[in-house]
Design a protein around this ligand. Structure first.
Ligand SMILES: CCCCCCCCCCCCCCCC(=O)SCCNC(=O)CCNC(=O)[C@H](O)C(C)(C)COP(=O)(O)OP(=O)(O)OC[C@H]1O[C@@H](n2cnc3c(N)ncnc32)[C@H](O)[C@@H]1OP(=O)(O)O
Length: 254
């Protein structure tokens, strides 16, 4: 396994000479300095490199009025107009979301032989729109904040009529994990301490807000609340720790 992963790493590094795919390779090799730039690059990757990739973080027919309203609230702040009428980047940035970015990053040539070819990102593996995890993430670099807007589909039931606690944890991990990666590069979740305060009705939309608490060496501590979209109801409170890792570190762990 370590041998194959070693080959994968060197393949990824050689592929990184192609500027357009550098951003995706950087997510795994940690060989490029600016992670903010990495996320910006992902957003602007030219289409021909990812001919079959689908950005799941865009509205679809299953999105109800509540998720749409929240989406528009943050999306409208991704680009703002100056007094001179020019458009410029706003405080928020929408993060795209793919279900098999690594396969696309390598054209499927190397990874399909090493990692199961059917692998998909857990939260993006159900094809029916609206059935499970519908969400979009936005990040605010200046405020070191990340928000996820999450509409919970009928396949996520736990207690009757309400969302499964594991599905909620999955979304908290997704938002805080992406936020920690944005802040610190490649990370693994060390812990998520979740207090469940009130159940989330199935089909509803909630706001998942991740805030930077502190960084200590390889450790990035985050705080995360899940609330109703108007903020009036607290569903969960979380403290999270992510530890920075490198690909070689992962290989050694096997
Ligand atoms: C990844 C995002 C991609 C984003 C791109 C977009 C793509 C799509 C987005 C999807 C986003 C989904 C995000 C999912 C993210 C996962 O779900 S990751 C999977 C779940 N997590 C795991 O499997 C991790 C399993 N644990 C491990 O591998 C290892 O324990 C760790 C966490 C890497 C740490 O091991 P290590 O590197 O050997 O570090 P170690 O020396 O033990 O500890 C370092 C420091 O952390 C502290 N520490 C470590 N663990 C703990 C702990 N549990 N409690 C307290 N302190 C701890 C140590 O005490 C030490 O502190 P100091 O002595 O430095 O003060």
């Amino acid at each position: 396994m370590a041998k194959y992963l070693g080959q994968l790493l060197s393949s990824l590094k050689s592929l990184s000479s192609v500027p357009a795919i550098r951003a995706h390779v950087a997510l795994w090799t940690g060989s490029f300095s600016s992670w903010t730039h990495t996320f910006r690059s992902i957003k602007t990757l030219p289409l021909p490199i990812f001919p079959k990739s689908w950005d799941f973080s865009q509205p679809n027919s299953s999105w109800g009025p509540e998720i749409m309203q929240m989406y528009e609230h943050y999306n409208s702040q991704c680009e703002v107009e100056t007094e001179e009428g020019e458009k410029k980047a706003g405080p928020w940035r929408r993060l795209p979301s793919y279900n098999r970015s690594l396969k696309f990053a390598t054209g499927g040539v190397y990874l399909s032989k090493i990692i199961q070819s059917k692998a998909r990102l857990f939260t993006r593996n159900i094809k029916e729109p609206g059935a499970a995890f519908e969400y979009v993430l936005f990040v605010n670099e200046a405020e070191q904040r990340c928000v996820g807007i999450f509409q919970a589909g009928h396949l996520l039931e736990g207690p009757p009529g309400h969302v499964h606690g594991g599905a909620i944890a999955t979304m908290i991990d997704t938002v805080t994990g992406t936020h920690a990666t944005f802040l610190s590069g490649p990370v693994m979740t060390a812990y998520l301490n979740i207090n469940y305060r009130s159940p989330i009705p199935l089909g509803s939309t909630v706001l998942i807000e991740s805030l930077m608490d502190k960084k200590e060496g390889r450790k990035t501590f985050l705080l995360c609340n899940v609330t109703s979209t108007d903020g009036s109801k607290l569903h969960t409170e979380t403290t999270a720790l992510f530890v920075s890792v490198s690909v070689s570190n992962l290989i050694q762990k096997g």
